[in-house]
Every structure is written in C-alpha cells, then in structure tokens.
Design a protein around this ligand. Structure first.
Ligand code: F6R
Length: 243
C-alpha cells in the first residue's frame, strides 16, 4: 500500500487522473470503477481537461459505479446514475451502454444486486477502482460492520452518512434515501488496482483508522490493506492524524 500526501486536493486529483489516463492509453477496453460524491469530482475534471488537450477515445472503455440509492428516481439529479452521466459518461465520452450503475429502482433488488456483481465478473473485473472514504470509514456504502468479503447487496445507510449527504438533498436529511445498493468490500477488493482519495480534516480520523488501526469490520477501508495494489492519495489535512 502506497500513501502519497499531495500539496492539495487538486494535485492529488492530477496524480489520480494521470494514473487513469495511463491505463486507458495502454488498454482502451479497460474497466474503471467510479465513485461519486465530492472527492472524485476534481479527478473527473482533470481527466476532461487532459482529454481536451490530448484527445483519447474512451468509447470502448467500461465504467462501473460503486453504488446507487435504493428507490430513487434515476432521472433525479441526486441519483448516482445522474451524477455518473454528468461527471463521467458525457464529459469523458464513454459509450453509455458500457457504463453501469447498480439498479436501485429494481423490483427485485436482490436479483439486481447479484446481476450487478455477475456483470463485473463477466467482463473480467475492474482494472482500476477509484474510491472515496466516508467520515466513518465506509467505502462504497459499506458501513462499519460490513463483512470484508461482502458482495453487491442492499444496505442500510448509517445516520451519519445520510447527514453527510443531506447537502445533495437541499440540506434535508429526511429526503436522503435510507438504503443503497453497493458493491461489497469483497467486490471492491477484486479490482486489480485501487486508488483511494481523501481530502479535508473531516476525513483524517477515518484515514488514520484505515491505515493504522486494526484491520477489522469497524473500519471498512482497513480491508484495503489486504489488497496488493492500493494507492492512497491525500491532501495534508486528510493526512493530519497519521502518526
Ligand atoms: C460514493 C461512495 C462513498 C463516498 C464517500 C465520501 O460513490 O461510495 O463511499 O466516496 O461517502 O463522499 P464524499 O467524497 O462526498 O466526501
């Protein structure tokens, strides 16, 4: 596991973007695991900028989102389907048919979750997974207590996660869905390479627990220490609780 403390979030995002571009140049059919939320946005913007100066054809690349709210209308701007469309698919020129997001509005959610897991496996797995981390150490929506070998499934969101995400729902926590469909920790660990980004002092404790605390279910991100190819990109504030 490599830890890199960059001068700021923009610099960390540039490093992640450079890594993604190298993969996509080398393997135009690569599959990218994409996170939503605030953290990866500067990475996607850096990718879009780089592709404006040096065009790259991503029409054969695939993307798999980590998670989606259960019961949300996918056309709402808060749905992760909409976020991925707006931040990844359209600006980067992915073929929509090759971009997958868990189906949080399926009638049979368990079947949709298994199908999502199977679709990742069927194309040979994710080459590079981009991750953020929650204040409580969650990755994807695998909240503390999630098994480190869990697969794609429906989960209950922790209260603190709903509160943290209320900013995307007019600040009203009651509008934040109570459940999500998420890749499991075991799903995430199947990716060949993983890059986790964390910015700001609000993430410092979760980062320290993940990297220096026990590897256990209380810290979902601590499971990453069992993976052979993980890079952690931090700004100074997110690194501030590391010893
Ligand atoms: C997003 C996801 C979450 C976020 C995490 C951090 O798809 O799965 O794990 O990465 O909640 O969110 P931000 O980046 O908004 O602080």
């Amino acid at each position: 596991l490599r830890v890199c403390v960059a001068s700021d979030a923009e610099a960390a995002a540039e490093l992640a973007a450079t890594r993604i571009l190298a993969l996509l140049r080398e393997k135009p059919t690569a599959s990218l695991g994409v996170a939503t939320g605030s953290t990866p946005s500067p990475v996607y913007r850096a990718l879009a900028r780089a592709m404006r100066s040096t065009p790259l054809d991503l029409s054969r690349a695939r993307a798999f989102a980590l998670d989606e709210y259960v019961g949300i209308d996918p056309r709402l701007p808060q749905s992760y389907r909409s976020v991925i469309d707006a931040e990844v698919t359209e600006p980067l020129g992915f073929d929509r048919r090759l971009v997958s997001v868990p189906d949080g509005s399926a009638t049979d959610l368990a079947a949709a979750a298994s199908a999502y897991e199977a679709s990742i496996d069927s194309i040979g797995g994710v080459d590079l997974q981009i991750l953020g981390i929650g204040h409580n150490g969650h990755i994807g929506f695998n909240e503390p207590g999630s098994a480190h070998d869990s697969l794609t499934r429906v989960v209950d969101l922790a209260e603190e996660t709903r509160e943290a995400n209320a900013r995307f729902f007019d600040g009203d926590v009651d509008l934040v869905p109570r459940q999500a469909m998420t890749q499991g920790i075991g799903t995430i660990l199947k990716a060949r390479s993983i890059v986790l980004l964390a910015f700001g002092s609000g993430k410092a404790e979760a980062v320290a627990q993940a990297l220096e605390g026990p590897i256990d279910q209380a810290s979902p991100a601590s499971a990453l220490r069992r993976h052979a190819d993980v890079t952690i990109l931090l700004d100074k504030a997110a690194a501030s609780s590391l010893s």
